[in-house]
Design a protein around this ligand. Structure first.
Ligand code: EQ3
Length: 322
């Protein structure tokens, strides 16, 4: 039987535990725009007491510099309006430009705005601001998440801001492939060992990804292969996956720990591997518990891989189907 992406998506689905991340984001989405901005400020500064993101390289900030300079020259009221427009995804020139940014440039843009807010250069949260019960509730919900889940909530809310430019065609901003790389600050993990796994495509994938060698990683996929990032639809085909990896997978450290492999009657293999991933934004200070669900075709090529955020560390051991 031919492999399909639809059926691949369901492998090991009965070992999956719903993540609290979408539920937290749904609560955030219900807040009004000012409360959303305040929530992000408090969540970010609260989190910053224990973990702080690495300052983005100047090369990456350059991509956001034009917008940041425009905003710096505005009055406080105008600056607040820009932030409200971004959070409410309004159709304005700045919201459009932001919509064209890659994920890491969006994060770098807000990182810099946050710094400028702390310095008083950009309008801060108004001094007399009273937290609404809604903001308090979403903050308390966020605090119950582990650090890896907290940074995912922040990341995903920032990514969803701005005007959705996906229907507007290619951007005039630098393409992802020409964007400067994240500098690796932690040593590259060289020899990959995963308890219970000897599958060459999987070991090769992790090794290549840990060296940002996306050409080597993509060569392990079938031409119609797919990669499904957490909470997203599958990205299909080598070209689209390579573009995605260049934009979003630079500098990641992947530390798979254990896995299981089940051979199917047609010779394909289904593997589930759990482990920890670190993002260059937070380095070794935040580990995200994740799983990879691989479907390898009978020729040993990756037909599908889904990356899922785990609900809890207990799930790292949750590999067997019941
Ligand atoms: C200024 C302030 C504070 C207040 C204002 O009111 C509003 C905002 C938005 C503010 C600023 C907020 C800021 C600066 C937030 C910054 C958040 C950051 C830097 C978050 C970074 C998160 C990174 C994450 C969660 C990365 C996760 C990566 C994963 C899970 C990678 C998985 C992958 C694997 C393992 C693969 O095998 C394939 C590729 C793939 C990427 C899917």
């Amino acid at each position: 039987m031919a492999l399909t992406i639809q059926s691949a998506q369901t492998i090991f689905s009965n070992t999956q535990v719903p993540s609290p991340i979408p539920a937290t984001i749904a609560l955030f989405d219900q807040l009004n725009v000012d409360d959303q901005l305040a929530y992000l400020w408090y969540a970010y500064t609260e989190m910053g007491k224990t973990i702080t993101p690495a300052a983005p390289g100047s090369a990456r900030l350059q991509l956001a510099e034009g917008l940041l300079n425009q905003i710096k020259q505005m009055t406080r009221e105008e600056q607040t309006k820009v932030m409200r427009d971004l959070a409410s995804r309004a159709d304005t020139p700045i919201s459009r430009s932001y919509g064209f940014f890659s994920v890491n440039t969006k994060l770098a843009f807000w990182y810099e705005l946050g710094e400028l807010m702390k310095q008083g250069v950009i309008a801060p949260i108004p001094p007399g601001y009273q937290m609404s019960p809604g903001v308090k509730f979403v903050l308390e919900t966020t605090q119950k998440l582990d650090p890896g889940q907290q940074i995912t909530v922040l990341r995903n809310t920032v990514v969803d801001m701005g005007f959705d430019t996906s229907d507007l065609g290619p951007s005039s901003y630098p393409k992802a492939s020409t964007e400067p790389a994240f500098q690796r600050t932690t040593p590259v993990i060289s020899s990959v060992q995963i308890d219970g796994i000897t599958e060459p495509a999987v070991l090769g994938y992790i090794e290549a990804m840990n060296a940002d060698n996306f050409d080597a990683a993509i060569a392990l996929f079938t031409t119609d292969g797919a990669l499904q990032p957490p909470f997203q639809k599958p990205i299909i085909g080598r070209e689209a996956i390579t573009k995605y990896m260049r934009e979003e997978a630079q500098g990641l450290n992947m530390m798979p720990q254990q896995g299981i492999c089940e051979v199917q009657p047609d010779g394909s293999k289904q593997l589930k591997i759990t482990g920890v991933v670190q993002t260059p934004w937070f380095g070794v200070t935040v580990g995200m518990n994740i799983s990879w669900r691989f479907l390898i075709n009978p020729d040993g090529k990756i037909f599908f891989v889904a990356i899922d955020m785990l609900a809890s560390p207990q799930e790292l051991m949750n590999l067997r189907r019941v």
